[in-house]
Design a protein around this ligand. Sequence first.
Ligand code: ASP
Length: 299
Amino acid sequence: MAQRPIALAVQGGAGPISLESYKRNRPAIGEILGKTAPMLVDGASAMQVVEEAVRLFEKHPSFNAGVGSSLRYDGSVQLDATIMDGSTVMGAGVGAVSGVLYPVTLARYVLERTPHVLMVGEWAAQFARECGMELVADEELIVPERRRLWERKLAAKETPEDQVLSSGGTVGAVALDVEGKLAAATSTGGLVLSLQGRVGDSAILGAGTYADAHSAVSCTGVGESIMRVLMAKVCADAVVNGMSPQEAAELSVRVQGDNTPGTSGAIVVDNRGALGLAYNSENMYRGYFTPAEGVVVPE
Ligand code: ASP
């Protein structure tokens, strides 16, 4: 009997990424795939695998999620995340929440333990506490490089308006498991210098994250632009309408770029294990796993 297809793709953000940064952080993508691909091979669910991949990114100081998140205009850290199960078309997110090391897990708790789709701010943090999550001070999420970037931008008198043209990074994962189920998850510290209370696409199903019976999608880029075109849903609907994941990813990036400012990227997997990865920015941290190719992290 033919093996059932499985596949996994991850993204660590699209934007003005220099070749030097790309090369420096490329091994981390390989490591994250190296830890999560075997889970998929061993029969873990797509939901388990995307959550774990995003948690590994959130723990890694080089990526803009969890530890290593961007600083808001006032120097605080507020996080967005979503997770979505394509087999039930159920998903949930958190927006502008502080003190949470693993926002993707908090999003999963919102999905599993509440009837809601989105919880925000201090109430989401309170819910995290009720779920037994330990809350940390912003200092534990801020790394020196992000603080220096924030200081440089403030010194240059940049404003939140200046940031909507350049994304700060996001992390995400999409997977197809051995049972044919799809899932997607996304997490971010958002755009540097954004105002407190700003919520981006990574908290919104259909914008930064989407999954149904046909595909799972995670997007990165300027949230304000991605939300206005509902980029993840554009991508997922294109797969429903017969496009390959690669064509659908390219279409969604084009729809964003043609209609709204700034740049973006998308990763997508369909229910046959085909993958699509596209971006219209300088670069996108990305990689994938299929049984045929193994772990691939583009040069
Ligand atoms: N999409 C994220 C946001 O706007 C940032 C990014 O992906 O660069 O919050």
